[in-house]
Structure formats: structure tokens, C-alpha cells
Design a protein around this ligand. Sequence first.
Ligand code: GDP
Ligand code: ZN
Length: 291
Amino acid sequence: MRGKIIKGIAGFYYVRVTGSGIYECRARGLFRKEKIKPMIGDNVEIEALSEEPKEGNVTEILPRRNSLYRPAVANVDAGLVIFAAAKPAANLNLLDRFLVMMEKQGIETAVCFNKADLAPEQAAEYAGIYRKAGYSAFLTDAKRETGLSEILAFLRGKTVTVAGPSGVGKSTMINHLQPQAGMETGSISAKIDRGKHTTRHSELIRVEEDTYIMDTPGFTSLLLEDMRPEELKEYFPEFREEEGKCRFRGCAHLKEPDCAVKAALAAGRISESRYENYKEIYASLKARKPF
Ligand code: GDP
Ligand code: ZN
């Protein structure tokens, strides 16, 4: 049977098989030899050992399209990052750092400003900044389920990692997107935790057939470990548009004369906030400061 690993805890892998449910699986020694460990998001072959309860063995990991390190998940199609338009105010610097990380990993990412009901003008301004940079930007009011059909349209058919600082309404949104999420994860947790203190584990939540979201806990410890400052500009899509138009090859778009990025900034094609955050992130990479 073919399925997808939705959760992994202490040597057990929870594999969702379409039409059959979730199997608690062990991975056979086979993988240890090959030095490849199953991970969340992996598409796998399993052999069922029992149906009541559902248990089996993972026998094969199908080739991965990609794998993210943080959060650790394979076969991600896209990212969705959620901030609030207000309460708490959006930290665009943190948002830009996150987008840089996703660009570096080559994963298409969309931005969502939730709680648009609390600050509609602010929300529209934020969305404008990111649309100008080439991103899809959604405005939502998760509490009243406004704008969620657009989010669902973005997610459909994909495996999407969803991130955002706490308090922005991520749980509210995920609960509305996937009303049966609680049920499904509840049944796994009951089995795993058996009354023990519940620690949070990453998992894939099924929104629809072939549509999964990875609820990514935490947002503060973003590190761009191996990035060279010179590389940063490649991860600002709107800067890439200007690439090759600066006077100097290898222009960092900082103090150089005749810089096309600064010209685009002056002309309003590049947003102030994006450019300021570029400079700030560049400086912190230069100083080798972890974020
Ligand atoms: P999380 O920490 O990101 O998962 O945030 P929660 O989903 O727990 O939401 C935090 C608070 O914001 C709760 O009191 C929600 O009811 C509220 N909230 C969530 N979404 C919205 C929204 O779109 N508009 C408003 N006004 N409040 C919201
Ligand atoms: Zn330049």
C-alpha cells in the first residue's frame, strides 16, 4: 500500500493511506543501511501487519522532490506565512527573513495578513508591499472566516508549510480550514501519549484529499546559517528583476553608484520596507549574527 507519513514519534511513523486510514508503522533496518531516515511528508510503501489496530512496516521511501530542514518535512510544494494586520502588529523584518529562507530553499511562498478586520487599511498596505515584490498576498479574518476560500484555493492539491508567530490567528484559521483535524490527530495522540504530558510534534494535517498543511510551531529561532551576504539579493524576487542593470557587476545595491535597485526604489517599483529590511539583513549576515 502506498501512503504518506504525517507524523513521526520515537521510531514510529504514522502513515495515512487514502481510503484506509492511518497506520502506525516501524521502519525496517533497510533504511539504516542506506543512511536515509523516513521523514514527515515522505510518500512511502507500507506492508500492513494488522488492521485492528492499524499497524505496519514502511518498506520503501519514494523519491523526494525536496526536503526542508526546518521544519523537517519532505515534498513541500509551497509555504504560507501568516501575520496579523494588527494585534500583534506585523513584524515585516521577520516576515522578510522568513521569505528569504523560503526563497533559498526554492519554495514558492504566499503571505497572509489575518485580522484584516481590525486594521483594514494597514492590511491592504501590507498586501500591496508583498504583491509589488511578486508574492501572492491574502487578507483574511479567520474568526469570521472571511477570505478563507482564497487560502483554500492556494492550498488545494499541495503540501504547504504554514508558519507565523503566535497570536496571529493561525490555529483559528487551521481549525476552519480543516474541521476534522482535531479528530484525526486526537486519535493518534490518544494512542501515543496514553495520558502522558502532551508534547507538540510537527505533523501534516489533511485539509482535503491530496492537500496537506504542516503546522510549523515557533518562528523566533530563524537562522540563515550558511548564507553569504552577497547571496542575499538573489532571494528578493523584485531585486532579481533589476539584475544586470547596475553599473557594477556584483553590485550589492547598497552604496554603489548607478544602482538599478536604488533607482527602482526611488521610482516606487521597490517598497521602502523591503529595501530597508534587505539592508538590515545584509548587515546582520555580514556581522554573522544569528537572527
Ligand atoms: P495563534 O497563536 O496564531 O494560533 O492564534 P489563535 O488562533 O489562537 O488566535 C489568537 C486570538 O486572535 C484569538 O482570540 C482569536 O479569536 C483571535 N483571532 C483570530 N483570527 C482573528 C481575526 O481574523 N480577527 C480577529 N479580530 N481576531 C482573530
Ligand atoms: Zn545595484
